[in-house]
Design a protein around this ligand. Structure first.
Ligand SMILES: Cc1cc2nc3c(=O)[nH]c(=O)nc-3n(C[C@H](O)[C@H](O)[C@H](O)COP(=O)(O)OP(=O)(O)OC[C@H]3O[C@@H](n4cnc5c(N)ncnc54)[C@H](O)[C@@H]3O)c2cc1C
Length: 302
């Protein structure tokens, strides 16, 4: 009770939180500021049986210098992953590598990354951002796919269009996509708003993918959805090499990660890192106010 009151207060004053407090939150959700810190975390996760995807925090680069710098950082990551033999790929946001500056510019950066992924026989995931860039993201994904097969994108269960987008993706049986609920605020004209209906669509998309033998990254922390996904996997007898579960680094999973591993299911942890940790942590805190309570409990215990 006391903590739920604290949570509500924290949400109301979130922007006034002291930097030190946000830094404690960040350390739970962000693998540090530097690539080396993140690679150390990857190594530890690999040793415990988890695959990883690395994400450099940030989006909407508004000048070429920033977009090229981020692209170079991702190129270096591919080299380090290869040299250190890590079980790790990368996830990029198109606007981070320059989509707001221009589609051609972003395409050039994306194809450079794709080439590097190919050199190391690695995989590239193109994250899905707001609906303003869904079409362009899918176009870029298709262009990449023509050049190298180990590339995938993301569909958001809250978008009505995702059913059609999945049909389009399913025409290529080597397709590999991540399914998630979707994190952006979208209008009711284009996006389902009620949690129950988003979950139904998530499961509809999952069934469709499985029936069409498409590889799916099931990205959710929703324990009810996980129960439902397990039921579908068992009902349709889906082989373990056709899916993986994906979670964000640091989000509590009530023993489900261990359960997945015990069942022989692949789990990939999405590990963000970088200088943009402050904004990311504030978003995590807004999404799950309970975190404020957990951290206060920890502080009081100490
Ligand atoms: C690996 C991965 C990749 C993703 N990629 C994308 C993407 O490319 N595009 C996109 O739009 N969205 C992406 N998302 C975000 C996703 O769309 C959802 O917004 C987010 O995962 C919350 O939905 P949920 O399915 O976990 O269910 P919810 O019902 O929202 O959450 C279930 C419970 O998990 C906890 N929880 C959930 N998310 C968080 C969090 N971030 N921090 C702390 N606690 C949390 C909460 O306690 C909540 O009660 C991704 C999510 C994951 C796990």
């Amino acid at each position: 009770m006391i903590y739920s009151i604290i949570n509500r207060i924290v949400i109301n004053i979130i922007r006034l939180l002291p930097l030190a407090f946000v830094r404690i939150i960040a350390s739970r959700y962000v693998a540090g500021e530097s690539a080396q810190e993140a690679l150390n975390i990857v190594q530890g996760l690999n040793e415990n049986g988890y695959s990883v995807t690395l994400d450099i925090l940030g989006e909407h680069s508004n000048n070429k210098f920033d977009a090229i710098t981020i692209t170079k950082e991702y190129l270096d990551l591919y080299v380090s992953i290869h040299n250190q033999k890590l079980d790790c790929n990368i996830s990029i946001k198109p606007t981070h590598i320059g989509l707001d500056i221009g589609k051609d510019f972003a395409r050039r950066n994306l194809l450079t990354l794709l080439k590097k992924a190919q050199e190391g026989n690695n995989f590239l995931r193109i994250d899905m951002e707001s609906s303003q860039v869904t079409d362009t993201t899918l176009e870029l994904y298709k262009e990449c796919k023509q050049q190298y097969s180990q590339v995938g994108t993301v569909l958001q269960a809250y978008l009505y269009r995702s059913q059609n987008d999945l049909k389009m993706l399913a025409s290529d049986s080597s397709c590999n996509f991540r399914i998630c609920k979707g994190i952006y605020k979208e209008s009711p004209d284009i996006a389902i708003q009620r949690r129950r209906d988003i979950n139904s669509n998530f499961l509809l998309l999952l069934r469709y993918a499985f029936r069409n033998k498409i590889y799916v990254g099931i990205a959710t922390h929703d324990l009810e959805l996980l129960e439902n996904a397990y039921e579908i996997i068992e009902e349709l007898k889906i082989p373990t090499e056709k899916f993986e579960f994906q979670v964000l680094y640091g989000v509590p999973m009530s023993g489900w990660l261990e359960k997945h591993i015990k069942n022989g299911y692949k789990v990939r942890v999405y590990v963000p890192f970088g200088k943009d940790w402050y904004a990311y942590s504030i978003r995590r805190l807004k999404e799950n106010p309970d975190i404020a309570g957990y951290i206060l409990k920890d502080i009081f215990r100490k």
